[in-house]
Design a protein around this ligand. Structure first.
Ligand code: ADP
Ligand code: MG
Length: 258
């Protein structure tokens, strides 16, 4: 998996406000695969998502990020997006006065896509219907008064419009209701079907994974990837929690001292 990995982090350490959060993270995701990142609250999962996108609030203090064959460690966020990286946000933006459709249009243009207006309208309309979303939403103000499920539909609409090479979906703390859960689950399936998309899903809600074949699970504790394994790891964690991994960093430190 080494050479054909779509995403590869090597020894990635990162800090926010001079506080070290990520410690020597190694992580590889191959094209077309579905990976899940799990871990207790505060482990650094969302931080990894932000660091991968190049969020300037987070400082890479060591290591490298390779994406699609290029070193993107120093690349600006908009260039990463153009290169095919996508991160969903736990709290989607509200922009009063800006219709959803205009926002989506700007997003596509920001990615360097040139779509004729008519074609764009047709495409967004079609995708809204696929997602069981009233197309009237496209004319509503972005995010204003959207329910949890509706916000998720917007997120999935973005995903299906952009068809990024890698989608990082951070669903950890968003308190998804049943409606929103099924939107995400369905959206991920559609994305996979549309472009053989690659997913890195950050979640506690293992129900959203039910319709996907998970290739690999990464467990993050205290800013480190402490375990990796096949999909069966999800059931183990569901049953046993993270306790045995939480002991792991200390054990590792101890054995390193020996
Ligand atoms: P997770 O997503 O695994 O719950 P986070 O990545 O959100 O964990 O947080 C990891 C740690 O980094 C926490 O201690 C959190 O307070 C801190 N952190 C994350 N983002 C910021 C930020 N923008 N400013 C200050 N601290 C942050
Ligand atoms: Mg988080």
């Amino acid at each position: 998996m080494t050479s054909d990995a779509l995403l590869r982090c090597r020894g990635l350490s990162a800090a926010v406000e001079e506080k070290a959060i990520l410690h020597e993270v190694n992580l590889e995701v191959a094209q077309g695969q579905v990976h899940v990142l799990m871990g207790p609250n505060g482990a650094g999962k969302s931080t990894l998502g932000h660091v991968l996108m190049g969020d300037p609030a987070y400082e890479v203090t060591a290591g490298e990020i390779f994406f699609d064959g290029a070193d993107i460690t120093e690349l600006a966020p908009d260039k990463r997006s153009r290169a095919g990286l996508f991160l969903s946000f736990q709290a989607p933006v509200e922009i009063p006065g800006v219709p959803l459709r205009s926002f989506l249009r700007a997003m596509m243009e920001g990615r360097g896509e040139k779509l004729k207006n008519k074609e764009f309208r047709r495409k967004t309309q079609e995708l809204a219907e696929t997602l069981d979303m009233d197309p009237a939403y496209l004319d509503r103000e972005l995010g204003v008064g959207f329910s949890g499920g509706e916000k998720k539909k917007v997120e999935m609409l973005q995903l299906l419009l952009l068809q990024p090479k890698l989608a990082i979906l951070d669903e950890t703390d968003s308190g998804l209701d049943v409606d929103a859960l099924s939107v995400v689950s369905h959206g991920m399936e559609l994305y996979r079907e549309a472009c053989d998309g690659t997913l890195l899903i950050i979640t506690h809600n293992t129900r959203i994974l039910e319709h996907l074949n998970v290739d690999r699970v990464h467990v993050m504790v205290a800013g480190r990837v402490v375990a990796e394994g096949p999909a069966t790891l999800i059931d183990e964690i569901d049953a046993q929690g993270f306790e045995r991994y939480e002991a792991a960093p200390a054990d590792a430190a101890e054995s390193a001292l020996r």
